[in-house]
Design a protein around this ligand. Sequence first.
Ligand SMILES: [Zn+2]
Ligand SMILES: [Zn+2]
Length: 250
Amino acid sequence: MKIRVLGCGSSFGVPLIGNKFGNCDSNNSKNYRTRPSILINSNDKNILIDSGPDLRFQLLQANIEKIDACLYTHKHADHIHGINDLRALSLFMKKKIPAWGSEETIDYLINNFNYIFKKTQIYEPIMDTNIIADTFYIDDIKINSFQHNHGKIDCTSYRINDFAYSTDIKYFYDNTLDKLKGIKLWIIGCLRMDSHPSHASYDQIMEYINYIKPEKTYLTHLTGLMDYETLINITPENINPAYDGLELNI
Ligand SMILES: [Zn+2]
Ligand SMILES: [Zn+2]
């Protein structure tokens, strides 16, 4: 299984509009971050997690010509607003792309991007919808999911074999984190050092990582306050900040 970090930025990306880098060194290319998304390649299937506003650019960079399914973590704009870019892929592939998510997320998508899911006078629908379960399959790929807290809403963590992706976390609900026991690789959201109404602090995220103890962890959903080199220096050896284009094999 191969994982590519398409984007590891938070909702504004880095730099912010106006060329604002915050604490980030503009000379380090790893500080240029598009909105959060990853691509998983398993058994020749390309599974996208979230379709953020930078999706077109990200898929061009990664030279991707097909997406077999898109898993959605939650309904925030930085995770879904590139959904229109899947139209081109659907047309080229001549098939609908299955969207997967919680009931809340899928309802939001249908209500706000109606033309993607319903036939219009001109266009056929380009995606169909599927509600996730604790365990579900995309072809023969087994996926586990559970909800974690993200402020006023919930967000979905996904686990495939020994890999898990958990972004936009305020906290994990009781006992749910145990579902990640035994993973080898974790990509986890870490917005900034201090806590935010919808995101946990760096220290809290480190506690979660310490509890699960994956062999390797990458931090994602990083704001301009999180400089790459500074993070490399303060994180333990097996915990690194992600960067756009990072490819991992597991
Ligand atoms: Zn969010
Ligand atoms: Zn987000």
